[in-house]
Design a protein around this ligand. Structure first.
Ligand SMILES: [Zn+2]
Length: 306
């Protein structure tokens, strides 16, 4: 009797071991980049603009006399980190009236449902990303890819279109549709003063939505697959044309890595928010991103011709 149960137990251990082996690839995928969750102390960028995100997942708080606007809810596990940052700055979580985003992927909208539940903020989303947000990524053109995890869906209160403005308490943000990375990827711009500069010096602030792609993005149809979505290559081209003409003094984006957040933060104690004045860095970012897109497009065209 004892022998049988021992054998059963050994078999059970083996079963567990194989189960573990089977799940290893999924476990690897589920691992989140630590820079996405490592907090940074919140800081001021402009008179009414603050950074409340993590080392790499940017989240911005726009403060107005009528309440706050939050850009990016980040991952499903991010809202508590964002909330701590907002409160550390002396603002109230419940004063957030509007939630905006850079793009409908889980690293920017995963926490949206929770933030909306807690703050009752109005959820405003660019037209191409509305169904993605409302389905928790199930309608994303890359859905079922492990690179596009699902997240809690949230209802969209206002559908934005290219060039729309979002206003609250006298502060105006402009939504630029810079699609391709997602169908409604949004670059936000606003004008504001930098603390320490003369009252009359108003700076152009650009928060880049995202321009990256990976091997699952198909810009050209082949015998093996269709394009990721009809018009994706044209969207990317339009995005770069748009980003090239946007006036930019303060360079920001959906990921800290876009604009060298951590490197610039090291100089923040001496230079203050002026460290984010980087029109040259912005141009370089746009030019090199466009170059990698054009290169990939040519490569896909050549592959399709074979
Ligand atoms: Zn993304």
């Amino acid at each position: 009797m004892k022998v049988i149960s021992y054998m059963k137990f050994t078999r059970f251990l083996f079963f567990c071991f194989f189960l573990f082996l089977f799940f290893i690839p999924f476990i690897t995928f589920a691992t989140v980049d630590p820079s996405w969750t490592t907090p940074v102390a919140p800081f001021q960028i402009a008179d009414n603009l603050y950074y409340v995100g993590s080392q790499d997942l940017a989240s911005y708080l726009v403060v107005t006399p009528k309440g706050g606007i939050l850009i990016n809810a980040n991952l499903a596990i991010s809202p508590s980190q964002i909330r701590i940052s907002v409160e550390k700055l002396g603002f109230r979580w419940k004063d957030i009236k509007i939630l905006l985003n850079s793009q409908a992927h889980d690293d920017h909208m995963g926490g949206a449902a929770e933030i909306i539940r807690e703050t009752h903020a109005k959820n405003m989303v660019m037209d191409g990303d509305v169904s993605v947000v409302e389905s928790g990524a199930r309608t994303d053109f890359l859905w079922t890819s492990p690179n596009v995890p699902g997240y809690a869906p949230s209802h969209v209160d206002r559908v934005l279109h290219d060039g729309d403005t979002v206003s609250l308490g006298g502060v105006v943000l402009i939504a630029h549709k810079t699609a391709g990375h997602t169908r409604g990827c949004t670059t936000w711009t606003m004008r504001s003063r930098i603390p320490g500069e003369p009252a009359k010096t108003i700076r152009n602030i650009v928060i880049v939505g995202g321009v990256s792609f990976w091997s699952e993005y198909h810009f050209v149809p082949t015998a093996a697959h269709r394009v990721s979505y009809p018009g994706i290559a044209q969207d990317f081209k339009h995005t770069f044309a748009e980003l090239r003409i946007l006036p930019c003094d303060i360079f920001l984006g959906a990921h800290g890595g876009y604009f060298g957040l951590l490197e610039k933060l090291r100089l923040y104690p001496q230079k203050g928010p002026r460290v984010f004045i980087d029109p040259k860095g912005y141009r370089q970012f746009v030019v090199s991103s466009q170059e990698s897109f054009e290169k990939e497009l040519s490569k896909q065209r050549a592959d399709a011709a074979h």
